[in-house]
Design a protein around this ligand. Structure first.
Ligand code: PEP
Ligand code: MG
Length: 586
């Protein structure tokens, strides 16, 4: 493939938005050479990093030389000795340093270039020099190995306008990637609900996954466009494409800026029906962003994020501090803390990797907590203690039977009793039940009698209702939240909650999709809980809707027979309310 021609790759859109920037390659294969620009002020640091790697490689070879001498392997001694001499060569010292200064590239790229250039020279000469080049290659692998072990820490200090390319990203890497300099993320692996995806969405970083790097080398490309709405990644865009995307980018920015204006306005339909609009958060710092969006409540705190990527589970005292800080940050606004949702794709610290054949149908969430009572009890004690500092609700994930909810409430009562014995004061805590499994949706009337509110988790409800793995890209065309069965389940849950006089919210990804807003309101949903950055777009959608029109739309949707028909209906309605280029997912 010609490196300078425009190449369009199609992946799965994970986080919406458009980004234009320079590729920063983290890892595409074991032998990949990362290639990126270094900010001027970090050049000397980069040279020092190279010198250290070179020194480490020298130490390795000296150690090997000593070993070879001890074992009396003359041939090795002579080869290693000549390698040590080669390492003093200005090619590996002065020239590489000069190249880092001149090109302002990272040490690996500069080093690789110098080696590749000398390969051309050596190969045009006789066998003696070819042999010398083999030795040089050997040294270079060693130096690169040492460089690589220190290279990954640099995600926090990337040059401006970087677009990260990586096989996959862990949530800590995503968190490490500096928000000010990273314009977008592109990975080969990682689903919509991966931790990296959730963090990217929380930060509003455009992200496309499922991009195959098999036939491309992003290091060869100077410029990349990432369209997080369509899942397109365009390498080396033509001037025409670039112009088109720059225009789209500015339109989108203006649209988002206009949306931000609605932050100060109420979340109510234009005929005055008030809608609860709260946030889904994973990390405490998101609360600050939330306040800047107009001080909303938190409808879902995914508490398992306090230990994902950690070696061990925080104990009760440590958890208490985390929850208390979070609750205090809420400044009186309410927060729903969901107890740990582990299992499925989320591993518990120190727990062996699941050997279940179907972990999503296995010991996940409430099933895990009821089995590991001590862990559950400890978490509930920590939440209850934090409840003294604000307005806290507790919510149980993945309930599929009434007995699970009753048992969970018993553990909560046990936690209260144990705290009372310890003389700890607690606040009033409401109890919520997540509706994520079809069985729970069908017995919503029974569950509603046992709790203070219901929250519909459509991410899982869709996966379990349609028997489609939510993380399996190959099946993404079957993962359809507009499937009539899903719409009917939501309607039935809402009906039962309303009938029993308890609030019901929707907190899955569909709540953040403005195309669904009128439908959900029309079905009788009172509250939507969405990732912080979607609050403006959803509030805008609420304000564009009248409750009468929403009810009518829901009626029409319920009369349709296929997911496609319902999706088309929602798309058509939504298109009427936004400028063309800003349409949610075109
Ligand atoms: C859901 O399933 O819709 C939900 C909100 O929970 P999670 O995405 O954390 O599984
Ligand atoms: Mg869920």
């Amino acid at each position: 493939m010609k490196s300078n021609s425009e190449t369009i790759l199609k992946g799965i859109p994970i986080c919406r938005g458009i980004a234009i920037g320079k590729p920063y390659v983290v890892s595409l294969s074991d032998f990949h050479i990362p290639d990126f620009l270094i900010p001027e002020e970090r050049i000397e640091e980069e040279i020092a990093r190279y010198q250290l790697a070179l020194q480490k490689a020298r130490n390795d070879i000296s150690d090997l030389l000593k070993q070879a001498a001890k074992e009396d392997i003359a041939e090795s001694v002579s080869l290693l000795d000549s390698q040590l001499h080669m390492m003093q060569d200005p090619l590996l010292t002065v020239e590489v340093e000069n190249e880092i200064r001149k090109s302002q590239k990272n040490a690996e790229a500069a080093f690789h270039l110098i080696i590749a250039n000398s390969q051309k020279k050596f190969e045009s000469l006789d066998e003696f020099f070819k042999e010398r080049f083999r030795e040089l290659k050997d040294i270079s692998h060693r130096v690169l190995g040492h460089l690589r072990s220190s290279a990954r820490t640099s995600l926090a200090t990337l040059p401006a306008d970087s677009i990260i390319f990586s096989r996959e990203l862990s949530s800590s890497e995503t968190a490490e990637a500096n928000i000010a300099s990273v314009n977008a993320l592109v990975t080969e692996f990682g689903g919509l609900t991966s931790h990296a995806a959730i963090l990217a969405r929380a930060r509003g970083t455009p992200y496309v996954s499922n991009i195959s790097f098999a036939h491309i080398d992003p290091t060869k490309h100077q410029l990349v466009i990432v369209d997080g709405r369509t899942g397109e990644v365009i390498l080396n865009p033509s001037p025409k494409t670039l112009e088109k995307y720059e225009k789209k980018y500015h339109q989108l920015q203006t649209h988002l800026k206009n949306l931000a204006q609605v932050s100060r306005l109420k979340a109510e339909t234009y005929d005055g029906y008030a809608v609860g609009l709260s946030a889904n958060i994973e990390i405490a710092s998101e609360v600050d962003t939330l306040h800047s969006h107009g001080g909303h409540n938190v409808g879902l705190f995914r508490s398992e994020y306090i230990f994902l990527d950690k070696e061990k589970l925080p104990n009760e005292e440590e958890q208490f501090k985390i929850y208390r800080e979070l609750v205090e940050k809420m400044k009186g606004h309410s927060i729903v803390i969901r107890t740990f949702d582990v299992g499925g794709d989320k591993r518990f610290p120190n727990q062996p990797v699941s050997n279940e054949v179907n972990p999503f149908l296995g010991c996940r969430a409430i099933r895990f907590l009821l089995k590991e009572r001590e862990i559950f009890l400890e978490q509930l004690c920590a939440i209850l203690r934090a409840s003294k500092y604000g307005d806290v609700s507790v919510m149980f994930p993945m309930i599929s039977t009434l007995s699970e909810l009753i048992e969970a409430k018993q553990v909560l009562a046990e936690a209260k009793k144990s705290l009372a014995k310890r003389g700890e004061k607690i606040g009033t805590v409401r109890i919520g039940c997540m509706i994520e499994v079809p069985s729970a949706a069908i017995i919503a009337d029974l569950l509603a009698k046992e709790c203070d509110f219901l929250s519909i988790g459509t991410n899982d409800l869709v996966q379990y209702a349609l028997a489609v793995d939510r993380g399996n890209h190959a099946l993404s065309s079957l993962y359809t939240p507009t499937h009539p069965s899903v719409i009917r389940l939501i309607r039935s849950v809402v009906h039962e909650a309303n009938h029993h006089g308890i609030p019901v919210s929707v907190c899955g990804e569909v709540a953040a999709d403005p195309r669904f807003t009128p439908l959900l309101l029309g079905l009788g949903v009172h509250e939507l809980s969405v990732a912080t950055r979607y609050i403006p777009i959803v509030k805008h959608a609420i304000r564009q809707t009248s409750i009468v029109a929403a009810s009518r739309l829901a009626e029409v949707a319920l009369s349709l027979s296929t997911a496609l028909e319902i999706q088309t209906l929602l798309d058509t309605e939504y298109k009427k309310t936004v400028p063309d280029d800003c349409f949610y997912n075109c």
